[in-house]
Design a protein around this ligand. Structure first.
Ligand code: SIN
Length: 486
């Protein structure tokens, strides 16, 4: 980790979990190792937390809930803003940690720190706007009101592709609402969460309000789902795992928010600004080396502009710099691990076997690390794996269409429904197509629609619930109706 001269947040010789304001090792005395996907070198070892730590964390959160939920929204907002300021103060270090553990290009990692902090700012403000309701009664001697109260202890199960932003997108509204909780970070990116916990400590947030337990995924999540103290769980990850969590949540009817997989169509109409569309495709497809749930996964270009659009995109992709993620000039870092590279290889070889043409890239790079060349495929057809599954890698498959009706039908022909993109300069078409696409987020002439103040979430098998925006705090609140008879 050459990037940052001095690390002040974590001691890499002795990484610990954060439970009830204490830095603890695992009761099992076991560890797991973290490998840098740029170099294949071991970064450090992390205590493998399990049932014991998860239970302790839940109980600590329950204890802390008694006082945290009683603070005024203004006091909780102050804590969130202090935490936000600390994130800015430690931006370089947080970015370097993230980049080293999961391979995000350093400049992008820096952007993610800002993105993550923006959820704290937004929810500090939303905390002050948790309004209730007064309802006119049907008789003169009654007064009807609805108040909102925090649901209690929550758990956030967070992914490795946005280790900080997906955590604050869950914790920001939870803490603002008055909830306390436990974070289970992905095993590929626990250090970002633990470094964040150091900031929680520095911000003076009371013990037990935020707990971070990394380690044995199954054991920790079993405790989260079985322990009756936990009232709500927010999960970001695969659709496959999301389905098992729905079953696990059933016995206690726990509230569940699921932000799952995607398979985003990216549609370029013949009336689009092609330069802007190619820029948007580049941003959407190659952000985080193609490892986002909202990445363009299938690019539909009108037959009449296929050649022109493809040439512009290929030129842009050729100029992307691949390299060690910690290098500030790198634009495409490694994939998170070898399995990630294998999946991309499978998608590309399946496409080529079925007639796709490699217009640029098309292979894994080097022995060390987990690199895959930024790739563009032409002549892609519907029967290819890449047109049916999430790739999670830097491959842009291009196919063509002839009519608006046809492309809407193709775009909607998926089990997923997270994000979709369209590029057009025709205002009527823009409205018509946006309204016809069955996806939770639409990028209309916009390759990067995600932002703290807007709701983010999926339809269909991309999950349910919304994060971000004023909507994102709803699930952390119960509505209580009070009927007063005078
Ligand atoms: C994701 O891909 O899971 C999140 C992307 C975003 O927030 O923009």
């Amino acid at each position: 980790m050459e990037k940052v001269k001095e690390f002040t947040l974590l001691d890499f010789e002795d990484v610990r979990l954060f439970v009830n304001g204490e830095w603890v090792t695992a009761a099992s005395n076991s560890y797991f190792t973290l490998t840098n996907p740029s170099t294949g070198e071991v970064v450090t070892k992390i205590p493998r937390g399990g049932k014991v730590e998860a239970k302790d964390a839940i109980e600590a959160a329950s204890q802390a809930f008694q006082s945290w939920s009683k603070l005024s929204a203004y006091e909780r907002a102050e804590y969130l803003l202090k935490l936000r300021d600390l994130m800015f103060e430690h931006e370089e270090e947080l970015a370097a940690i993230m980049s080293t553990e999961m391979g995000k290009a350093f400049t992008e990692a820096r952007g993610e720190v800002k993105y993550a902090a923006s959820f704290l700012t937004w929810y500090a403000e939303e905390a002050r706007r948790i309004y209730g309701e007064t309802i006119p009664a049907s008789v003169p001697n009654k007064r009807l009101t609805v108040i909102k109260q925090p649901v209690g202890v929550i758990a956030a199960i967070t992914p490795w592709n946005f280790p900080l932003a997906m955590m604050t997108r869950k914790l920001g509204p939870a803490l603002a609402a008055g909830c306390t909780g436990v974070v289970k970070p992905a095993s590929q990116s626990p250090l970002s969460a633990l470094a964040f916990a150091k900031l929680v400590e520095k911000a003076g947030i009371p013990n037990g309000v935020v707990n971070i337990v990394a380690g044995a995924t199954r054991e920790i999540s079993d405790e989260i789902f079985e322990n009756p103290i936990v009232k709500k769980i927010s999960f970001t990850g695969s659709t496959e795992v999301g389905k098992t969590l729905v079953e696990k949540s059933a016995p206690q009817l726990k509230k569940l928010a699921l932000e799952l997989g995607g398979h985003a169509p990216f549609i370029v109409f013949e009336d689009a600004d092609l330069e802007k569309a190619a820029e948007g495709a580049l941003a959407s497809k190659f952000r985080n080396a193609g490892q986002t749930c909202v990445c363009a996964n299938r690019i539909y270009v009108h037959e009449n502009v296929r050649e022109e659009f493809t040439n512009i995109l290929v030129d842009k992709v050729k100029s992307l710099k691949v390299g060690n993620s910690i290098d500030e000039t790198t634009q495409i870092g490694p994939l998170v691990n070898k399995e990630g590279v294998k999946k991309v290889e499978e998608h590309v070889s399946d496409a080529v076997a079925k007639g796709a043409v490699v217009l640029h890239g098309g292979k894994a790079l080097g022995e060390e690390g987990c690199f895959y060349e930024p790739t563009v495929l032409g002549n892609v057809t519907k029967d290819m794996l890449i047109m049916n599954e999430e790739t999670f890698g830097p491959v842009a498959p291009i196919t063509t269409f002839h009519s608006e009706e046809e492309v809407i039908k193709e775009a909607n022909d998926t089990i997923y429904g997270l994000a979709a993109y369209l590029y057009t300069s025709n205002i009527s078409r823009a409205v018509r197509v946006s309204e016809s696409l069955n996806f939770g987020v639409i990028g209309l002439n916009d390759g990067l629609p995600g932002t703290a103040q807007a709701p983010f979430g999926g339809m269909n098998q991309s999950g349910y619930g919304r994060e971000g925006g004023h909507q994102g705090i709803r699930d952390y609140l119960e509505e209580k109706f009070i009927s007063l008879s005078l």
